[in-house]
Design a protein around this ligand. Sequence first.
Ligand code: ATP
Length: 441
Amino acid sequence: MGKSDQSANNLFDKIVNLSKRRGFVFQSAEIYGGFRSTYDYGPLGVLLLRNVKEAWWQAMVQQRHDVVGLDAAILSPPQVWEASGHLANFADPLVDCTHCNARHRQDRLVDPNKCPTCGTTGSFTEAREFNLMFKTHAGPMVDSSAEVYLRPETAQGIFTNFVNVLQTSRKKPPFGIAQIGKSFRNEITPGNFVFRTREFEQMEMEFFVPPKDADYWFDYWCEQRLAWYLSLGINADEIRLRPHQSDELSHYSSKTSDLEFRFPWGWDELEGIANRGDFDLSVHAEHSGERLTYFDQANNARYFPYVIEPAAGATRAAMAFLMAAYHEEVVDGNTRTLLRLDPRLAPYKLAVLPLSNKGSLIKIAHEVFDLVKFRWMADYDQTQSIGKRYARQDEIGTPYCVTIDFDTITDGAVTVRERDTRQQQRVAIAEIQGFLAQRLD
Ligand code: ATP
């Protein structure tokens, strides 16, 4: 059965099931009945998520001399959100169904007059603007003077640190500041597993450019970001760039394109790339009274840089990578499930598998594990039949299985099995690091 034979809903259920069964994603607080719309990442999920974030950091920070990193606070005072416009504008239109009491986000309804929960037409209340920010209190006093917010995006921490970074990094436009971290939104309708949750991780980069070059850099980042997903295993027919219509644009944006993935329920956003103009720096300058401009010595001109922002979701991307990697194929009459994850994203790069529980094999297996453990995340598994162990590693996307068998004792070699082709070859233990480095790094 090829991937095209799987119905979309089927794929969604299979990913949710695999995530739970193999330890990628668990419902949060499950032992208490589950806390809706929050999820915990299990032993494999935490590795996948780290790898997604690491691949982003590599491409956006490490491999560029014009981007630096930042890790700003999650808790922030109201002034930041007053200035950014979030207190006034970061809201979704909420409607209630007077028939079944379900709540919906009006702009996401297929038919704005029909309740998708009970099917009643004309039962909605007038839309109310519902602000998505989580509010809490800092310190022992629970009054309005102690109100603080959990950030709904990482971007504002970058704008409020613009001058700090400019002065300490010796960068000048065009340059970027990148950040990965948690954001919080009190979503009206969370759902589709980890696609839309109230707590999630973002990977955002604000690229500051001379205003006249903004169009060039907008196109540049659209291309770069699309290429990033393609390079990590998303097929060209599963991803597209969709420019926003003028009525879709956020209050700060003059131009936005979404990178959309073909999820089982249809095309939906993975990442937004926006030209935010000088909106953010100028409103923060106005509200803080600080000078947030850049002085261009060569042209003796002071200006607010324009900002091009590629804003991605780490948790959403991890789910898309899982869906794109999921394959089933029939081998000798049995269905084999495998995740064809790019090795950079795979939770484990290899699994070390002694064929039997014999002490002599276990000893060598531990030695092999010790040889690779400093460089690659490796699994170690000595129970069950080798066939079952291979099947498990295929299902969690491990590119290589390294088996220590009875011949290893005499010939000092192991069997290396490749996930996608199932091909096996004998490799000397002394050469295993070089063999894997050639294929994994
Ligand atoms: P949407 O229209 O889906 O609510 P958005 O356009 O408001 O999303 P952005 O503010 O552009 O989203 O956020 C950038 C990225 O952060 C999104 O492309 C997505 O990958 C991720 N993201 C946003 N909200 C959520 C959420 N509630 N759960 C998971 N990821 C999210």
